[in-house]
Unconditional design. Structure first.
Length: 184
């Protein structure tokens, strides 16, 4: 009888602990898509989702303004989707969310999805890039950093397509300007 009671109590305790862990609002996203789903529509977050046709037209029109080369032109036409989520804090608690929560969550999910980190870009906006590839083709580029002119903010961009390494290099030089224009 005692053994059965101990077993039942142990099972109930484990179930209670498991439900607390999965039901909490702080459960980290495990994929870039889950991150977008988790924060999309929440106060302070703004999501921009572009289709490939619109993305290509908008970026190619900006290409003349920013300057570009053949790798960049080919990369722009290889884009299938382009998603950006931004967050600009308005209170001390939301600044803490950026400083401790969002950046760490993105770092964790990029490691979980087996992204390969690239060098950070300099200039007025520091962006961190990571890629996910299959064979010699890059399937997705993730860029995270802050909104230009708002150092306490957060931005995550996800660009999916079929890119070569040279095209990724060209895109990482071009993206800070596009992200800056998009988040204005």
């Amino acid at each position: 009888m005692k053994l059965r009671l101990i077993t039942i109590c142990t099972v109930l305790a484990l179930l209670a602990l498991g439900s607390c862990r999965t039901a909490g609002p702080g459960t980290p996203a495990r994929t870039v898509a889950a991150f977008f789903s988790k924060y999309e529509g929440r106060p302070g977050f703004k999501t921009t989702d572009w289709s490939a046709g619109l993305t290509t037209r908008l970026l190619l029109s900006k290409l003349g303004k920013f300057g570009g080369d053949n790798d960049l032109s080919q990369a722009l036409t290889s884009i299938r989707s382009f998603r950006i989520i931004t967050f600009t804090p308005t209170s001390a608690s939301s600044q803490k969310l950026v400083a401790e929560g969002l950046t760490k969550e993105v770092d964790g999910l990029l490691q979980n999805e087996r992204y390969t980190a690239l060098a950070e870009s300099g200039g007025s906006t520091t962006m961190r890039y990571a890629t996910r590839q299959s064979g010699d083709k890059v399937q997705e580029i993730a860029a995270s950093g802050h909104v230009d002119g708002a150092p306490d903010s957060f931005v995550l961009a996800s660009i999916s397509g079929n890119f070569t390494r040279e095209q990724v290099t060209a895109l990482t030089k071009f993206l800070p300007g596009v992200i800056s224009e998009t988040t204005k």
